[in-house]
Write a protein that binds this ligand. Structure first.
Ligand code: C5P
Length: 226
């Protein structure tokens, strides 16, 4: 029988990536960053010079894309990402990709193809998968489902700190709040697999909690599974 799957969903900047990575490491499970897959495809769309509204062309790219992910010991880029054999680890974190990813991710052909690739990762279980629709669509039978939230202000502050740590140009808090709120709106109002708390997910609001506290909480929920 397959090993357990932990599904972690939530809006942009709620701390999903760091927490999911640490939970996976502590439990000896594989970490899957599904947002990185949507970002990689978005990078490819932009790099190919395809119009962001050219749905047939985007569908065509999606259906033929090959995405690879690998964990890395580089703390700044803990997940290495390739699309069609091009490494895009850093490119997919750009402001341009971030600004267009929700649009690309709302397309049916894109979601169908990435869903297929994500479910292949989960065939044997033993996975901590993180995204927007993991508990609702990708792995609806996941043993443990977590919905991570935080206020927009808190999430903008965390994003700003991330940028500062990476030595990247940072936006103002107001700009970050605006970009986060826009992405939340698009992700939670789209027709297909919108960002939504699964009925059987545990909601954790991370305002005022450290990464370590959130990680410990999820690990304890996992051990309670029985
Ligand atoms: O988590 P991250 O910010 O990297 O996700 C980037 C974007 O990818 C999200 O804003 C969303 O539009 C899309 N996404 C999605 N479904 C997922 C993961 C990410 O639609 N499971």
């Amino acid at each position: 029988s397959r090993q357990p799957i932990v599904a972690i969903d939530g809006p942009a900047g709620a701390g999903k990536s760091t927490v999911a990575r640490q939970v996976a490491a502590a439990l000896g499970l594989v970490y899957l960053d599904t947002g990185a897959m949507y970002r990689a495809l978005t990078w490819l769309v932009l790099d190919s010079g395809i119009d962001i509204n050219d749905l047939p062309a985007i569908a065509q790219l999606a259906s033929s894309c090959q995405i690879q992910l690998a964990s890395s010991t580089d703390l700044e880029n803990p997940v290495r990402v390739w699309i069609n054999d091009r490494e895009v680890t850093q490119h997919i974190r750009s402001l341009e990709v971030t600004a267009h990813v929700s649009k690309v991710a709302s397309q049916s052909a894109v979601r169908q193809e990435l869903l297929r690739q994500q479910q292949r990762w989960g065939q044997k279980g033993g996975l901590v998968a993180e995204g927007r629709d993991i508990g609702t669509h990708v792995f609806p039978n996941a043993e443990l489902k977590i919905f991570l939230t935080a206020s927009v202000r808190e999430r903008a502050r965390r994003r700003q700190q991330d940028f500062e740590h990476q030595g990247q140009v940072t936006l103002t808090l107001e700009q970050l709040e605006k970009s986060i709120a826009e992405r939340d709106f698009l992700d939670s109002t789209r027709e297909l697999a919108p960002l939504q708390k699964a009925a059987d997910a545990m909601e954790i609001c991370t305002d005022g909690l450290s990464i370590a506290e959130v990680t410990a909480k999820i690990i304890s929920l996992y051990h309670d599974l029985g």
